[in-house]
Each structure stands twice: as C-alpha cells, then as structure tokens.
Write a protein that binds this ligand. Structure first.
Ligand code: BES
Ligand code: MN
Ligand code: ZN
Length: 515
C-alpha cells in the first residue's frame, strides 16, 4: 500500500474518493470549506437538509460527476471543542470500510485544521485507523465477501495550508503504518482458528516476526520447560496432544542500560476449560484466548521498527487447555518455576497457571518491570463490559503512569484495586495457592494469584477479556479481535525511551498504596 502526503488542490489528488471531516457546529472551514466550494455548496446543503449533523459517526457520500475526486465522503467528528487527534483513527477506519465495501481502493483523507498542531499524531491516527478498517474476517469462505482493498492513502492538507508540516505528516504516517500493521497482525493471529493456530504455530509466527524485524527469538519446548521446573504451564498442557511453548522475543535498544521492560501475554490457543469443561455456548470464541500473546508478538515487531532507546522482552506462554486422558484434574497440585505449589480447584482457571511460569521466566531473563495482558476472567466482562481494560498493579505510580500513557492511544484502561485481602483469598489449605476462589471479585483474586509470581518487580496486569475482541462489527472495525493491547504496549515502549524517569526506570521496589 502506498501512502503519500500532499497539499495540492482536490482535483490533483488522483483518488477514488476524498474524505472530508465536519464538526457538529456545522461550520465549514478548511477542507470542508474547500470541498463545499468545489461541489457548488453541496456540503452546506447536506447540513441544511439535516441529513447529517456532524455527529461522530455520521457518513454521507456525495457524487460529483463534474469535479475530482468524483466522490466526497462527509464524515462527522462530533464536538469541535472536544477534538482529539485519536478520533481520526475511527474517522479513517469508518471511511475505509464504507468506501472499501463499494470497491474504492484509493482514498484521500482531508485533515481538519484542528489537527495542525499535532500533524504527526493526526497522520499516524489516520493511517493506523485506515489500515484497521481493511481486515477481512471471511477469509475461510470458499467465496469470500469482496475484500476491502486499500491500494493508496493520500493525506491531504488543505491547499495552501502552511500550518501543516510535510515532514511531520510523513513521519507520522510511517509511525501509523507500523502501528496499524502490528494491530492487524495481532488481530489476524487471533482470528485464526485453533486448528491452524497451535502453540507450535504461534511460536513459528513469532520467529517470523523476529526474522523480519531483527529481534532475538527463542522458544522453550516441553522438555526445556520441564528442565526449568515450569510445572504450572506443563500441568495445563497435559490434556492436549499439542506441545506447549514458552515464546521469547527480545529487543535491545539500549545496551548500556540494565533496565528491561517485559511484556508478557497469555497465549492460550484454545480454552475448552479442561476437565472443568465450559458450556458449549460461545466456547468457539475461546480461540481468542491468545489475544494477549498475539498482542505481545505484534507489539514487539512494531517496537523493532520504531527503535526506541530502551530494552524490551516479550514472553508468551502458549498452550491448549483440553480434557484429554492425561489432563490435570481438580485437586491436582502443580509446582511452578519459583517453587510455589498450586492446588488446581478449577482447570478452567488455566490462564493464571501458564502466566505464573511466564512471569517467573520474565524475571529470570532480567525483567525490571513487567506488564502482562491476558483474556483472564469472565468477571472482567461483567465489571467493565467491552468499554475498558481492568488495570491492576502492585505499584500504583507505575499503574497511573501506564494509564496516562495509554490515553495517547485509542485503547482504554481503567484502574482496579489489588488489596492484600485478595492475596489471603487465593491461599490454599493444602498448598501455597489455589487457582480458583468464589465469585466475589473474580478478576482481582486472579490478579492476586499472579502477584505471587512477580516478586518485588513493579508489575501491571491487564485483563483484556472484555476488550480484546468484539462480537459485532463496528463502523471502523470488523467483528472479532480488536488488537488490544498492541497500541498501549507500543506507546509504553516509546514513552519509556523518552523519559529515563518514567516507565522502566522508576522506583526499583514495587510500592502499592496502603491496603
Ligand atoms: N479464558 C477464560 C476467561 C474469559 C472468559 C475470557 C470469557 C473471555 C471471555 C479463562 O481462562 C477462564 O475460563 N476463567 C474462568 C476463571 C474461573 C474458573 C475462576 C472464568 O472467568 O470463568
Ligand atoms: Mn479458562
Ligand atoms: Zn482461558
């Protein structure tokens, strides 16, 4: 796909359509004014007719046989005063899906003058959102739906607008391409059904990413995991014929520094629940139980291209959870890599079991900060729905910093508490820990379980069960995986490189607020 930047006149854009943003106040300035003039007042007309109000998500396609481009898509951006560059991602994604379904493959996006102060950011969000709109979820059909093909994007600053800086727009567009492609990679890995996405295949995909972008890769097979004492992930893997993998990608952007941020992702390629088997309804969605792992692999690829001056390691424990004849059983006791013993109460609480060894391994590999992402609990969907990711930590300052950084992306993170009493709840009578407790605060007791494996390393747990995939298509995204947490992971990596005092370099000991 070709991405170009221009401030030429609309008729020189050579695109199948020009997408023009308007705001709810109906004031036609910048690109909206230029389009209105080129179309003989047609944009003002649609407003006057009340066909659109400029609300976020409004779309009207105008045909203009006499001018170029021949199609103008008017897109609402909502309240002008509340404009943030990230709304441009949704604007671009919605436009690509609307036009792409109608066979238009070259699209010019007009930049609103509001975006001029953050030209690079605006360009990045448009390209990221446009790429996000292209995903086709019908690839296994023998007669797939007409795919959305995007051959070229033109970022069109208003003709004569000197406020836009071409170099900034081009740099932003490149960043948007890297992030958008990473988000799509994570989504495609997750979309792939479990028979085509086993732990072995996920490890191969990670190796591909490493080779393509120059990361260090290694993966432990079950024999290597046994040698390391990773009895917790091996317990989960027992019920399946497919071998588990502990996948590792490493990026060294600052060889002088001992600081190392670990991104750890749950890579459960299919979760049947095991012996504590899940109900059949919606079980097929459990092919998405590796969204955290896919997010880590894809984010590492983006980080390798963006090259922040920071060290990052990606760790993805990957396994199936099946009720085969050798499966772990409720009551079994597993030995994790750090020596802790775990009573398996419910074999469906397997995510925390594979993460336990993943977190220990991240520490062995030198992690000085850890962020994990996992589709960990159904309780998370009950608590926050699909609106935000529960963000739980043993270090309140680290957590608040991460949430602040994430606000520069289209992803949402919301803090939840990690009180000491949850750590008491996950104690077992017979062993150190039990993997399942009552229904109360299910997402937080799961986090308290994970806390037992991070020692005193500052750590954040992201429960993406509600945000990693959607069960309905939106205007800007196909149904299915959303690419969480790729955008926030990349933002955290970039932020850590910017300020030495920030994400990878804060207090060395975890400091939670008084419980
Ligand atoms: N992968 C599931 C969590 C999940 C549920 C993610 C729904 C997305 C949508 C996880 O392994 C699981 O089964 N968790 C159990 C834990 C319980 C047995 C303590 C759950 O949430 O029911
Ligand atoms: Mn489960
Ligand atoms: Zn699971």
């Amino acid at each position: 796909m070709q991405i170009t930047v221009t401030s030429g006149a609309p008729k020189e854009l050579h695109a199948g359509a020009l997408v023009v943003p308007v705001f709810a106040d109906g004031r036609l300035d910048g690109a909206a004014h230029a389009a209105d003039a080129a179309l003989g007042g047609a944009v003002a007309d649609v407003f006057a007719s009340k066909e659109i109000k400029g609300a976020a998500g409004d779309l009207v396609l105008l045909h203009a046989a006499q001018s170029e481009p021949k199609r103008v898509l008017i897109v609402g951006l909502g309240d002008r005063a509340k404009f943030h560059a990230k709304s441009l991602a949704t604007y671009a994604g919605a436009a690509v899906r609307y036009l792409g379904k109608r066979g238009i493959t070259t699209i010019a996006f007009a930049l609103p003058s509001e975006a001029a102060p953050d030209a690079a950011e605006a360009a990045a969000f448009i390209v990221e959102g446009a790429l996000g709109g292209t995903i086709d979820s019908t690839t296994y059909r023998t007669e797939p739906e007409k795919p959305i093909v995007l051959d070229a994007i033109v970022l069109a600053a208003t003709a004569g607008d000197t406020e836009f800086d071409r170099a900034k727009l081009e740099a932003g567009a490149e960043r948007g391409r890297i992030i958008g492609e990473a988000v799509n990679l994570a989504r495609i890995l997750a979309l792939t059904p479990a028979n085509d996405m086993t732990p072995t295949i996920l490890a191969e995909r990670a190796a591909d990413v490493a080779k393509k972008y120059g990361l260090t890769y290694h993966a432990l097979d079950e024999a290597a995991m046994l040698a390391k004492g990773m009895g917790s992930i091996l317990g989960v893997s027992r019920g399946s014929d497919e071998d588990a993998r502990m996948i590792v990608l490493e990026y060294t952007g600052d060889p002088e520094s001992k600081e190392k941020l670990a991104l750890v992702g749950k890579g459960l390629t299919f979760d049947s629940g095991g012996i504590s088997i899940k109900p059949a309804e919606n079980m097929h969605e459990m092919k998405y139980d590796m969204c955290g792992g896919a997010g880590v692999i894809a984010a590492m690829g983006a980080i390798a291209q963006l090259k922040p001056k920071v060290n990052i390691i990606g760790v993805v424990p990957s396994s199936e959870n099946l009720p085969g004849p050798r499966a772990m059983k409720p009551g079994d006791i597993l030995h994790a890599m750090n020596g802790k013993t775990i009573e398996v109460i419910n074999t469906d609480a397997e995510g925390r079991l594979i993460l336990a060894d993943g977190l220990c391994y991240a520490r062995e590999l030198g992690a000085t900060k850890i962020v994990d992402a996992a589709t960990l609990t159904g309780a998370m969907v009950v608590a926050l729905g699909h609106a935000a990711t529960g963000t739980i930590s043993n270090d309140d300052a680290f957590r608040d910093h991460f949430i602040a950084v994430s606000k520069s992306t289209t992803e949402r993170y919301w803090p939840l508490p990690l009180y000491d009493e949850f750590s008491s709840t996950v104690k077992s009578e017979i062993a150190d820990l039990r993997n399942s407790t009552g229904r109360a605060a299910g997402s937080l007791t799961a986090a308290a379980f994970l806390k037992a494996f991070v020692g005193d390393v500052p750590w954040i747990h992201l429960d993406i069960a509600g945000t990693a995939y959607t069960d309905a298509e939106t205007a800007s995204l196909a149904k299915g995986p959303t690419g969480y947490p790729v955008r926030a992971f990349v933002a955290l990596a970039e932020d850590a490189a910017k300020k030495p005092s920030a994400a990878t370099n804060g207090a060395s000991k975890a400091t939670a607020s008084v419980n």
